[in-house]
Design a protein around this ligand. Structure first.
Ligand code: FE2
Length: 230
């Protein structure tokens, strides 16, 4: 096809695109899609916020705009180590698109003890409701500063997210699906075995409870990722 024909196609498509209506409303709400779903379970968001306000003095600054409170821990481990605050993930970092592994594998099932610092709080009630339904590993309150995003990566296991404080510019992306997760007490399943990131493009900090879901036999391993023989 001649170059002028390609130019004509682009020009005509541009007119079609410009004539299409554009959507500025649906992005202000939750939209389920591949890798991001909403559970039936729901909590009292006012109690979540009150509990966060009461306990936020426990936040630890991890740098790069991240702050964390650990709600579960390895039995008897009073102060989280650097190992407790990281964990294996895989990412693609250059135009070779090859995956590389980062950090060390963490046994999520080892985080079987609720942190006594939060015993008697609403966060403890949330924890009891979750463990009645699912295997729960590391469960943390994660604060993300404004204009901040995570790396583009994938994890060994999925996560639950419970937004406590959010804003319309806070988004979660799994592969090609992107949505805002409103802080209304809802609990969201995020299949973080797929590529994902969380970003806060808003003007205020975003606060989520995030819990790993270490279902036995479902965690992704290096062997699966790198294609090694079992
Ligand atoms: Fe992740």
């Amino acid at each position: 096809m001649a170059i002028t024909s390609f130019a004509q196609i682009d020009a005509e498509q541009m007119q079609t695109w410009l004539a299409s209506s554009f959507d500025i409303e649906s992005v202000a709400a939750f939209k389920p899609g591949p890798g991001i779903q909403k559970l039936q379970l729901k909590f009292d968001v006012d109690k979540l916020r009150q509990c966060f306000n009461d306990m936020q003095y426990q936040l630890e600054d991890l740098g790069s705009g991240f702050h964390v409170m650990s709600l579960t821990r390895r039995p008897g481990i009073e102060k989280p180590t650097a190992h407790d605050n990281c964990g294996r993930f895989w990412t693609r970092v250059d135009d070779s698109y090859a995956e590389v592994a980062r950090d060390e594998m963490v046994d999520e099932s080892a985080y079987s003890e609720f942190n006594p610092l939060f015993e008697g709080t609403y966060f403890a009630q949330v924890y009891r409701q979750l463990i009645a339904r699912f295997p729960i590993g590391r469960m943390r309150v994660l604060v993300k500063d404004p204009y901040n995003c995570n790396s583009w990566h994938r994890d060994p296991e999925p996560r639950l997210h419970i937004p406590v404080i959010s804003n319309p510019g806070s988004l979660f992306i799994v592969n090609h699906h992107c949505t805002h997760l409103p802080a209304d007490g809802s609990v969201y399943f995020t299949d973080t075995r797929g590529y994902h990131t969380a970003l806060n493009g808003g003007e205020d900090a975003r606060v989520h409870i995030v819990a790993a879901l270490p279902y036995a036999g479902q965690q992704v391993t290096d062997a699966q990722v790198l294609g090694a023989q079992p």
